[in-house]
Write a protein that binds this ligand. Sequence first.
Ligand SMILES: Cc1cc2nc3c(=O)[nH]c(=O)nc-3n(C[C@H](O)[C@H](O)[C@H](O)COP(=O)(O)O)c2cc1C
Length: 158
Amino acid sequence: MKTLVVYDSVFGNTEQVAQAIGRALGTAPEVVVVRVGNARPELLSGVELLVVGSPTRGFRPTPAITQWLKALPAASLNGVSVAAFDTRISVEDTGNWFLKFMAGLFGYAAKPIASGLAKAGGSKVAEPEGFIVVDREGPLKEGEAERAAAWARGLVTQ
Ligand SMILES: Cc1cc2nc3c(=O)[nH]c(=O)nc-3n(C[C@H](O)[C@H](O)[C@H](O)COP(=O)(O)O)c2cc1C
């Protein structure tokens, strides 16, 4: 299945998750993993599965991911399977009640990414998913790269 994984990453954690997802789905040229800054519109041509991920920053995706999604023409993802993920801090692990309250109100990056993909006509094949970093700059929580790979395999067994 021709697959494109588009991600943004500031400290490298979301990149690690994106690469784990890509490896679980196959190898180039069938599966391409690309940073959002290099995700030229031509890369979407013929894609059957599009996976987009971002770090959660201020309860949202990065501006680059938001802009990339906004720039997708209406109906450009018709017939394309889509899935969204983010990386985030676990409010349970931090025990920070204020962050927990705010995250409860405003959420995480994956949901708005999923909305952007749906707006462009994509067909959601999984609920938006979050992968955990243990501190603001990471690293990824133990086992999260493996969980991301398992999540990715689930996207193609629909
Ligand atoms: C400025 C800033 C804002 C952040 N906002 C949130 C947030 O709203 N919710 C959250 O769970 N994590 C938040 N984080 C933690 C990020 O999610 C974490 O840095 C990210 O998962 C790391 O991914 P990356 O290495 O790919 O950049 C924030 C981190 C920074 C530096």
